[in-house]
Design a protein around this ligand. Structure first.
Ligand SMILES: Cc1ncc(COP(=O)(O)O)c(C=O)c1O
Length: 381
């Protein structure tokens, strides 16, 4: 566990733990080494580009959800740029062609619309189509690309009946924080349902998406490695994984301060952070973040309802207990705040965005970015 130099951290601040990030990258490195697959960083989950120099030695590039992430991956990460968007427009395709290695289309109709232009450009872009394996394994519907009537990906029957000349890859993303059994089931399902298509149409690569929680305790990395090797050997294709959350899992903190304490039925502490603006997945997933040294309500002697300082009535983090009464100025450290935090934050209410910093392996904290009023103003006009 990293020791945070709290006195040197002004709040609120997202603090990336470089040691924990390296631990996650080591898992990715092993999977790559033992299977020959490529692993790219899904920028939607983690896009702190000051940390890219720590990642590019291990990873093959980035997976973008659209034009701006693709530009960021191209400019700041290097390596391969893979893009998937549920739908592209003409202007985006024009920007993407020169910077992308893989462009994945959501449907045969988008592929048919843009493949001629990609072919004419004569560059390095390899085209894929995202499939819907019709295998629902994500725990919540909000995060399940295989939920009924999903718009994400092409179902088997539509794919088989489509003209696919020029198509080189299949992409499947159907997991969310899933363990190895789900990863293996997904790989086996693609093998069973799409193996014929892969052979008949000369598919060269298969991207098994993200949501594989490879760095989570209990994830059976060996099982994933075995399944990937079987698939790769059977079809002779290049296999790609594009995790986001797993690479940044438990590799960062959000450090916040207590601003005020009040009473309304129970003690309430107001923080200089906010669930809705700085850690929106707390409300969206929803989940209860951990705070270092704090317990569940009543577990320790002093329990508080922790709230953010926006006007949203539900901007509440939950009840936490502490060994001593909270004081104004106390710092609280929320864990696992690297993934899906800074990429999703907002300036709702004009809330200042947290600093972005790195806790280096020597224990020193480096603030790499401070945001201010200009950042709020320039998003509006
Ligand atoms: C297409 C695609 N690839 C990769 C990911 C990354 O998933 P995760 O961060 O769960 O690994 C997502 C997440 O939604 C996605 O939609």
């Amino acid at each position: 566990m990293a020791i945070l130099p709290l006195a040197s951290i002004e709040t609120p601040a997202y603090v990336l733990d470089a040691v924990a990030l390296a631990r996650n990258l080591a898992v990715a490195a092993r999977i790559k080494r033992e299977t020959g697959c490529n692993i790219i960083l899904a920028l939607k989950g983690f896009a702190q580009w000051s940390a890219f120099p720590l990642m590019r030695g291990t990873l093959d590039g980035t997976a973008a959800s659209g034009i701006h992430e693709a530009l960021l991956g191209h400019e700041k990460f290097g390596g391969e740029v893979h893009v998937y968007s549920p739908a592209y427009d003409d202007a985006e395709i024009a920007v993407l062609i020169p910077i992308s290695h893989h462009i994945v289309f959501n449907s045969p109709s988008q592929f048919a619309r843009y493949y001629p232009r990609i072919k004419k450009a004569g560059g390095k872009v390899s085209c894929g189509i995202r499939i819907n394996p019709e295998l629902a394994q994500a725990k919540t519907v909000l995060y399940d690309p295989c939920a009924p009537c999903s718009r994400l990906g092409t179902r088997k029957e539509s794919l088989f009946s489509a003209a696919t000349e020029g198509l080189e890859g299949l992409h499947v993303h159907a997991l969310c924080e899933n363990m190895a059994e789900a990863s293996v089931r997904l790989i086996q399902t693609v093998d069973r349902e799409f193996g014929g298509f892969i052979r008949e149409r000369g598919i060269k690569w298969v991207n098994f998406g993200g949501g594989h929680y490879i760095t989570h305790a209990g994830y059976d990395v060996n099982a994933l490695i075995v399944a990937l090797k079987i698939f790769t050997e059977k079809y002779g294709v290049k296999v790609i994984l594009e995790p986001g959350g797993a690479l940044a899992y438990d590799a960062g903190f959000l450090v916040a301060s207590v601003l005020d304490i009040m009473e309304n039925g129970k003690p309430i502490a107001l923080l200089d952070t906010s669930a809705t603006t700085h850690m929106p997945d707390v409300l969206e997933m929803p989940y209860r973040p951990n705070i270092l040294g704090a317990g569940a309500a009543g577990e320790k002697p002093f329990t508080y309802l922790l709230g953010g300082r926006t006007c949203l009535a539900g901007d509440v983090l939950g009840e936490y207990s502490f060994d001593a009464p909270l004081q104004v100025g106390d710092k609280l450290v929320f864990t696992d705040m690297a993934q899906y935090s800074m990429v999703k934050n907002t300036t709702f209410n004009g809330m200042p965005l947290p600093d972005i910093g790195i806790l280096h392996p020597d224990g020193k904290y480096e603030r790499v970015r401070r945001f201010g009023y200009e950042d709020f103003k320039t998003r509006l006009s």
